[in-house]
Write a protein that binds this ligand. Structure first.
Ligand code: UD1
Ligand code: CA
Length: 473
């Protein structure tokens, strides 16, 4: 029979500096797949059923609190912080969290903020283990590793019962040979935890209050239930940039696997961030990078080397190789690239075409409009079905302010035209090639502003003869 889950609070330890990252940024804010590592730990705690998450902050607390607020603030006070002003050890960190824990919480899940690959399922198993353990006041994960250096070692008695944890720095040579280690994931009954924390001392190699010492106390007070983790990879802690890179690789793989299972084609070396959504039958080609809140609709294709940040791509759109786009939208069936640059607030509507070496910014390109080659289109509105020729420049900036260009539906802008904003070109109007448009153009009118051409018969022959003579002298 399934036991009724007990109210659960999670405590996440995130006050340490993370010296080995060699960074001005607090360790827990270093990102994997576009998200701070701490956020994955908070996610895992919530997914494992925690009703509250108390994050212990210290080093870089303003930054860490602000990042948490940005990501989880919408959930009210569910994710909150406790301050550990001085880092006196993991036991002290949990002590700092205790006053912030809801009194109704019967069990407390303790996690470290530097373990972003945690598997919520494994945390849920811990709840089952504690429920089944009868009198044991704590359940913890343990892991068998080939290189236990740096970890706390699990001490067991002759009958195999866990009796304590020995920190690497405090361990004898014999204890250091133990390969079952403490990944730092515990679930404790709250009454016990309060008493055990009160009993900690700094009598150890580092002069710190070790959280790990509560395990020996638990062993004497009913036992410590240990769950040997099957997926050791999910428990890795990140202490340096190499481990950060390796963990990010794992996360990228997980994201790609999940999307492939949902019907998305993802070729090798594509990098898709955690917050990106991709619908079935989309194709993400080699070395594509999708970041932030990007969404790719069903059947859309993002071709080799494109980098999209916070871009919405509607169904069936085609983004050709080496397109760079940010904070923009691409309508259904639209074609972008190769080598297009959509800067923020570009809105490319359905079936529109933006071609090579075209840069857009704060510009709406309406349904079916085309700008296929070499153009700068800033602060504009290009009407339905309009055609913007090669080399067209919207001269939107006078050195002080930005001005708008409006082009009506079906208008035709000849190649190499400069449109000096603010200006409006009417629906169905023509702008002749090479024109500098400085005044509004009425609907269906032709604007032409170019120097009249003159042909001088035989002039080239005479010119060449003269130049040849000059060279002889
Ligand atoms: C700890 C465990 C060790 C375990 C290892 C797993 C202790 C004494 N040791 O060692 O048994 O094998 O984790 O990775 O607990 N923190 C605070 N305040 C502090 C100190 C640490 O918030 O005063 C936070 C850190 O930011 C970090 C976590 O606690 O997120 C773990 O601290 P860390 O110094 O990395 O502990 P380890 O030496 O790795
Ligand atoms: Ca650590």
């Amino acid at each position: 029979m399934a036991t009724q889950p007990t109210p659960l609070t999670a405590v996440v330890l995130a006050a340490g500096q993370g010296t080995r990252m060699k960074s001005a940024r607090p360790k827990v804010l270093h990102e994997l797949c576009g998200r701070p590592m701490l956020h994955y730990v908070v996610d895992a705690a919530l997914a494992a059923g925690a009703s509250d998450v108390v994050v212990v902050v210290g080093h870089g607390r303003e930054e860490v609190s602000a990042a948490l607020d940005k990501a989880f603030g919408a959930q009210g006070k569910k994710v909150r912080t406790a301050l550990q002003a001085q880092q006196r050890g993991t036991g002290d960190a949990v002590r700092c969290a205790m006053p912030h824990i809801d009194a109704t919480s019967e069990a407390i899940l303790i996690l470290c903020g530097d373990t972003p690959l945690l598997d919520p399922e494994q945390l849920t198993q811990l709840r089952g283990a504690l429920d089944r353990a009868g009198d044991a006041p704590i359940a913890m994960l343990t892991a068998e590793v080939s290189d236990p250096t740096g970890y706390g070692r699990i001490l067991r008695d002759a009958s195999g019962r866990v009796i304590g944890i020995r920190e690497h720095k405090d361990a004898t040579a014999e204890e250091r040979a133990i390969t079952e280690v403490n990944p730092g994931v515990y679930l404790a009954r709250s009454g016990f935890l309060g008493r055990a924390l009160a009993g900690l001392t700094t009598d150890n190699a580092q002069g710190e209050l070790y959280l790990t010492d509560i395990v020996a106390q638990a062993a004497k007070a009913g036992g410590a239930a240990a769950v040997v983790a099957r997926d050791v990879g999910s428990l890795v802690g990140i202490n340096d940039r190499a481990q950060l890179a390796a963990a990010e690789e794992v996360l990228h793989g997980r994201i790609a696997d999940r999307l492939r299972k949902s019907g998305v084609t993802i070729r090798t070396n594509a990098r898709i961030d955690a917050g990106v959504v991709v619908e079935p039958d989309a194709v993400i080609e080699h070395a594509v990078v999708l970041r932030g809140r990007t969404r790719v609709g069903a059947g859309a294709r993002i071709d080799v080397g494109s980098v999209l940040t916070d871009v919405v791509v509607e169904a069936g759109a085609s983004v050709k190789p080496y397109t760079v786009a940010s904070q923009s939208s691409i309508g259904a069936g639209a074609q972008i690239g190769p080598f297009s640059h959509l800067r923020p607030e570009s809105q490319i509507e359905a079936d529109a075409h933006i071609g090579n070496f075209v840069e857009t910014k704060k510009t709406v390109v309406r349904k079916g409009a085309k700008a296929n080659h070499l153009a700068y289109l800033g602060d504009g509105d290009i009407g339905e079905g309009a055609n913007v020729g090669a080399g067209t420049i919207f001269c939107n900036y006078d050195g002080f302010r930005k001005h708008r260009t409006e082009i009506g539906a079906g208008a035709f802008i000849g190649s190499d035209s400069q449109i000096v904003a603010p200006v409006k070109i009417g629906a169905g109007a023509y702008v002749a090639t090479g024109t500098t448009v400085t005044r509004d153009v009425p609907d269906e009118a032709l604007a032409i502003g170019r120097v009249k051409q003159e042909n001088k018969e035989g002039y080239a022959t005479r010119l060449k003869a003269r130049l040849k003579d000059a060279a002889k002298k």
